[in-house]
Ligand binder design. Structure first.
Ligand SMILES: [Zn+2]
Length: 292
């Protein structure tokens, strides 16, 4: 074979390799927009590598200036963090329960002054009693937490608290602090694959800042009230967690003290218009607990 034939053969090979990469890329980016389908099987590391390569091929790697993050960039960080969350905690494979939590979250968003970004509510299969939020509108609650709540109002109170973290951009503020503390800020910008693992740590592993917690308690209660739920459900739920023995994950990462519960109760007494919405434990038992 002469050299021009070799060249043609090489070009053909190269082209088919490139097309194969592109196909993987398309299927990956499609599933990334539908985190639930992605979660059904945890992503093997090889696909993650392909995803990174293809982002580069498509020119989609986002270099993010940490000092100035747009909603779109925050969502890009959230989507990547979501992949990490779902590789650590499998999505709970139960459509009615996922829908119940999604509907409740959407009800809270629709009836409050929340940010105009898509919110994604997901139930994780985990006995840890926990809930958390990551940048870009991602809210997670565990099956352990669902089983601990006594009614829809208590679940609404935790969900509203997590929505409040997103409305107040606590994930992004925490990310900025962490990047500054680690000295990795960079004039060119940081890409999402550097930022997402830090966002994950902040949301899942590290204790929250007290000031963020008080702020989320306060605006979370407002969200509840705007949606018509009795705000005292939050204090009741925290008190239940505290009295349950052990330290549920939600309390480990959300430092809770009598002071905090008292502050919540005081705000509830001042602002609260008490009602019974979501307090029917039978409704919750039939629509959630009986299906788990
Ligand atoms: Zn919190």
């Amino acid at each position: 074979m002469n050299s021009s034939k070799w060249l043609k053969k090489f070009q053909l090979l190269y082209l088919s390799f490139f097309i194969a990469l592109l196909l993987v890329s398309l299927s990956n980016s499609a599933s990334a927009r539908h985190p639930e389908s992605l979660a059904k099987s945890a992503q093997p590391p090889s696909e993650v590598v392909a995803f990174d390569i293809l982002d580069a091929v498509e020119g989609a790697v986002q270099y993010i200036q940490i000092s100035n993050i747009s909603d779109e960039q925050e969502i890009a960080i959230g989507e990547q963090t979501n992949q990490q969350v779902l590789s650590q905690y499998p999505l709970y494979n139960n459509s009615p329960i996922q829908e119940y939590v999604r509907n409740l979250g959407q009800e809270l968003i629709n009836n409050s002054d929340s940010r105009d970004i898509p919110f994604i509510f997901q139930v994780l299969a985990s006995d840890e009693v926990n809930a958390f939020a990551t940048p870009g509108g991602f809210v997670y609650v565990t099956t352990g937490l669902l089983k601990t709540a006594e009614n829809r109002a208590q679940l609404a109170s935790v969900t509203a608290h997590e929505i409040a973290h997103i409305n107040e951009k606590h994930g992004i503020k925490g990310l900025k602090q962490a990047v500054a503390a680690r000295g990795i800020a960079n004039t060119v910008g940081l890409d999402t694959s550097t930022l997402a693992p830090i966002a994950y740590q902040l949301a899942v592993d590290l204790p929250r800042s007290r000031s963020f917690e008080y702020e989320a308690d306060s605006t979370g209660l407002e969200i509840m009230q705007q949606a018509g739920y009795p705000p005292e459900a939050f204090a009741n739920f925290l008190a239940k967690l505290e009295s349950g023995g052990g330290t549920p994950e939600f309390l480990r990462t959300h430092p809770t003290s009598d002071n905090r519960i008292e502050a919540i109760s005081q705000k509830t007494e001042v602002d609260g218009v008490s009602n019974n919405k979501g307090q029917d434990s039978t409704e919750y038992r039939n629509n959630v607990l009986a299906l788990m």
